[in-house]
Ligand binder design. Sequence first.
Ligand SMILES: Cc1cc2nc3c(=O)[nH]c(=O)nc-3n(C[C@H](O)[C@H](O)[C@H](O)COP(=O)(O)OP(=O)(O)OC[C@H]3O[C@@H](n4cnc5c(N)ncnc54)[C@H](O)[C@@H]3O)c2cc1C
Ligand code: FES
Length: 296
Amino acid sequence: MTSTHAMSPPAPDTLQANGPRHSPWQLHATRIAAIRTEAPGVTTYTLTFGGHRAQRRFRFAAGQFNMLYLPGIGEAAISISSDPESLSGIAHTVHTVGNVTRALARLEVGDELLLRGPFGVPWPLADLRDRDLVLVAGGLGLASLLSAIAFCMTHRGDYGRITVLSGAKTPADLLATHDHHRWRDHGIDVHGIVTNPDPRWQGPVGLVSMLLDGLAIDPDDTSLLCCGPEPMMIAVAEQATARGIAREQVFVSIERLMGCASGLCGLCQVGPFFVCRDGPVFSYDRIARWLAVPHL
Ligand SMILES: Cc1cc2nc3c(=O)[nH]c(=O)nc-3n(C[C@H](O)[C@H](O)[C@H](O)COP(=O)(O)OP(=O)(O)OC[C@H]3O[C@@H](n4cnc5c(N)ncnc54)[C@H](O)[C@@H]3O)c2cc1C
Ligand code: FES
């Protein structure tokens, strides 16, 4: 399979675009090594593989996702939220919403968790070297961008200015705030914003798009990566293009119900694309017209 990004495909070191090289049905057995509460209803599970060999074989690129599988219950598509170059396990940051994620919330450290993956087109970080990056997250959307931030920290010298804009409903819902000082130590600018502040909140109040409004950017040299609720991504992408960033340089990660996760069942179809195979990361110029179609 080949990359369907308008830009050149990711370098081999950033791994497979458009689906796994292994069988999509292959199950990996992992153990839960750590569980951390991130926000109300949001938990990060760190998973380790049985031995270094299995760990080394499981390589992914920032922006890809796994199908977490609980036998007898079902599967859920979940972004990999950890550093793609770390060999000490992989992480998933999960919002408890339904059957699979509720069952996941009942698991404990040491329990087995099966998964298939990795799947999907990653953030095109290898193509964005030397550019300024603006990463915009709405709520849990930060989960998909966390692995990109980790990658950028390791390869900090390859990029220009990097800014993370993170929005949530309440201060308690802002994810990964404990990591902000580490990101800043790596020269990454971080700004948070909430719509429902509490009395201790001293930051800005409003939608994350407000932060983008106030940000000084050089549109010719800037690429924007965005993940969050679809109306938020459309608003941010439109604002970015109005500020002069080319539509080809705006990337969004979209969600659809997943079945096979490998381009076979059609459940995730959006216009001419299968989100599991052609996405979840799309450049805005390719996906914009399909995002605007209600109920698609
Ligand atoms: C590529 C991709 C990456 C994803 N990454 C993540 C991730 O990193 N973390 C994560 O928590 N989720 C992520 N999701 C969303 C996740 O796959 C769904 O939330 C999934 O439906 C959860 O499975 P479930 O069986 O628990 O819920 P289901 O039983 O499928 O859903 C139960 C109920 O929850 C509602 N629901 C479904 N999804 C959401 C949602 N996102 N928010 C609020 N309500 C919802 C449904 O409408 C339904 O009413 C991702 C989805 C895709 C396609
Ligand atoms: S989930 Fe089956 S084609 Fe995408």
